[in-house]
Design a protein around this ligand. Structure first.
Ligand code: FAD
Length: 317
């Protein structure tokens, strides 16, 4: 079922959902199930599964360093299919521009269609670690909007080199990313919002936001988006702070601000157990306010750990 239909069906009720990360290559899928199991009691209508970009690794062969491109956490579509089957829940594979040609993307979408996956999250992906800026893959897309257009065309029966009867083709519901504190490469929030509007005009059905720790930023973002004519659901993404290092890491990686009260509370903690408590409590307060404001879904970034998400969900769902 489409995410937008889940939202319509829930009427004014706020839904619970979360995002998981595939295990490192060679590890067991059971570790994912162990993290999902405790969260199923909160009835998530959908679960997102991220896709990792390929990265360069250096392998030593005959005394020489060999540079190879590899994806450390592959398996997104397979994981989506297995979770869907095991838990009878909708799954949303994250589909990236970076690392994929348009043809590879088409094959991936065909797989998703055959596997009964109704939703996809269309993303550009970040620059690779040794690149300063995002470099499009040869034969791939430069921006998420181009990927949205490809999925939309496929929904209409227009494959890259072929057209089929649209009654027989996929009908994916398309999610895209939004940034309440603007995307790190964007010159301003207004210009980033214009880019978001382009994704919506190209066929996006809903938005999931980057994490934020000050709800005011989300409310202002939603207002500004509405003024720009963006009327599709904007789902807030929430991440509880779990370790002290997040104070430096999150603003650095995602270019987001942390409220001073949160920084002070985390700074005062003498153990990571205390930090976790502060992070969970902050996320609960954020979630309560967002829920009271009538957000359609509260979407949590689990980063592979379910215990803190469970502690939050217990207070809200
Ligand atoms: P875009 O919408 O393409 O925007 C990228 C930048 O380009 C923005 O600054 C935008 O303003 C600008 N821009 C857009 N169109 C144009 C244009 N035509 N001309 C000039 N500038 C333009 N990353 C992963 O690798 N895997 C994941 O699974 C993943 N999941 C995510 C889930 C969510 C909810 C979010 C918010 C992010 C996720 N990311 C993931 C991170 C995402 O890939 C990065 O933030 C990436 O840098 C931008 O992706 P985007 O889809 O927002 O790109």
């Amino acid at each position: 079922m489409k995410i937008t239909d889940h939202i319509k069906k829930a009427k004014d009720k706020t839904l619970f959902s979360f995002e998981i990360i595939p295990p490192v290559k060679g590890h067991q899928i059971q570790q994912l199930y162990d993290n999902i199991d405790p969260l199923m009691e909160f009835n998530p209508p959908f679960i997102d599964v991220t896709t990792s970009r390929e990265e360069y690794v250096y392998l030593e062969r005959d005394g020489l360093l060999d540079k190879k491109l590899t994806r450390m956490r592959p398996g997104t579509v397979g994981i989506c299919a297995s979770i869907k089957h095991k838990y009878d829940v909708d799954t949303v594979p994250h589909v990236l521009c970076g690392g994929f040609t348009k043809e590879e993307t088409e094959y991936l979408l065909v797989d998703c269609h055959y596997l009964g996956i109704d939703n996809i999250m269309a993303l550009r992906g970040d620059a690779m670690k040794d690149e300063k800026y995002f470099q499009p893959t040869k034969g791939g897309h430069a921006y998420a909007v181009d990927l949205v257009k490809q999925v939309h065309e496929l929904n209409c029966g227009n494959y890259l080199h072929d057209t089929v009867d649209s009654d027989n083709c996929a009908d994916f519901c398309i999610g895209v990313a939004g940034y309440p504190e603007k995307h790190l490469e964007s010159p301003s929030l207004k210009s980033d919002l214009r880019r978001l509007k382009e994704k919506v005009d190209a066929g996006a059905d809903y938005v999931v936001t980057q994490m934020f720790f000050d709800n005011q930023k989300y409310f202002e973002f939603v207002d500004a988006a509405k003024k720009m004519g963006i009327t599709i659901p904007i789902i807030p993404g929430i991440k509880p702070i779990a370790v002290k290092r997040h104070l430096q890491l999150l603003p650095q990686v995602f270019r987001i601000d942390l409220p001073q009260d949160l920084i002070d509370a985390v700074d005062d903690c003498s153990s990571n157990k205390d930090v976790r408590k502060v992070g969970v409590e902050w996320a609960i307060q954020q979630s309560k306010e967002l829920k009271a404001a009538g957000v359609p879904v509260l979407h949590y970034y689990s980063m592979g750990k379910s215990d803190n998400i469970k502690a939050i969900a217990e207070q809200l769902f």
